[in-house]
Design a protein around this ligand. Structure first.
Ligand code: F6P
Length: 341
């Protein structure tokens, strides 16, 4: 059997650990060859396929990024390199030419949507969920998320000491395009005084009141805001954190000193945490099982503490937001760190 693997969308810590585990599990199982497809689906359109050597992958469990490279916009069904035309036939031709029997696509919502379209065309596909935002449907935890949360917690700890020294209000913006998982868990882990999530309507007045209260009590305040929060009156190029600062500063008055930090891609770089290495390994091994059992059209997922598989059709095209009654949301409410309970 010949298996092709690609990594699509934004990178994250743990991708190499998935590639490693999948390749090792397949080659240990018997007569299976594994090839890497470079730069996500672009590799199928531009014929970038190379054999993967299991022995060389062994030492890669702790390496960030993806050795296969990735691409955010290479959708074969609307290929930017051909003015948005459907070039899926070219991708199918590439799979056939290389004799690839099963395609393993590791990626987020966009990658799973494309994978599902290929599955409908009859391509044997297996999906592996990847997003630091932790917002893929039917999957309770994505690898890369724990690593991102650790970066946010560390940043908040560092901001605490300087906030305390200067008596300032510090605003930290995390990733999370649609969902607030990173801001919520990172904010709780780093001891934020206020957490602002896309799942809740923004209330500037309540946030200012909360910051004022914490400043009175302890002399400073830490705000952790997710990039997906909807704030009115955005100018082009302005980040959510900048808009939040503009809204908050006049409410807090001229005496208050505010500073803003954008964590950005620091949350996506570097080595995966031990938790993410293990989760990536579990996902890689589970994907190998699906391949060997010919259970195509499915994505690996974590539910409870079990690795399961879900149909790609149930995953594509939606985001898993933080439920308003989620235990962590309740915990944040009990601690008084949600400005809009
Ligand atoms: O989807 C994951 C994510 O980390 C989002 O939170 C963020 O908006 C996006 O990637 C940024 O990705 P890029 O800079 O690669 O377009």
């Amino acid at each position: 059997m010949h298996v092709g693997i690609l990594t699509g969308g934004g990178d994250c810590p743990g991708l190499n650990a998935v590639i490693r585990a999948l390749t090792l599990a397949l080659t240990e199982a018997g007569d299976v060859r594994v090839s890497g497809i470079r730069q996500g689906f672009l590799g199928l359109l531009e014929d970038r396929v190379q054999p993967l050597d299991a022995v060389r992958l062994r030492g890669l469990i702790n390496e960030g990024g993806t050795l296969l490279g990735s691409h955010n916009r290479a959708d074969p069904f609307a290929y930017f390199g051909a003015g948005g035309a459907d070039c899926s036939a070219r991708a199918l031709d590439c799979l056939q030419r290389h004799g690839i029997d099963v395609l393993v696509a590791v990626g987020g919502d966009g990658t799973m949507t494309i994978a599902e379209r290929f599955a409908r065309l009859g391509v044997p596909v297996v999906g592996v969920p990847k997003t630091i935002d932790n917002d893929l449907m039917h999957n309770e935890r994505s690898f890369g998320f724990d690593s991102a949360v650790a970066v946010v917690a560390d940043a908040l700890e560092r901001l605490t000491t300087t906030a305390r020294s200067h008596g300032r209000v510090m605003v930290l913006e995390t990733m999370g395009r649609h969902a607030g998982w990173i801001a919520l868990e990172g904010g709780l882990a780093g001891g934020a005084d206020a957490i602002v999530l896309p799942e809740l309507a923004y209330d500037g007045q309540a946030l200012a009141a909360l910051c004022e209260r914490r400043c009175r009590e302890q002399g400073y305040a830490l705000v952790c805001v997710a990039e997906g929060v909807k704030l009115a009156a955005a100018s082009a190029g302005e980040t959510v954190g900048q808009r939040l600062m503009q809204d908050l500063a006049p409410r807090l008055g001229p005496e208050a000193e505010l500073r803003y930090t954008l964590l950005g891609h620091l949350q996506r770089g570097g080595a995966p945490t031990a938790f993410d290495r293990v989760l990536s390994t579990r996902f890689g091994v589970q994907a190998a099982q699906l391949v060997l059992q010919r259970r195509h059209g499915h994505m690996v997922a974590l539910q409870g503490d079990r690795c399961v598989s879900v149909s790609l059709t149930d995953v594509a095209g939606a985001s898993r937001l933080v439920p308003l009654d989620h235990e962590l949301m309740q915990a944040a409410r009990c601690l008084g760190v949600l400005a809009n309970p």
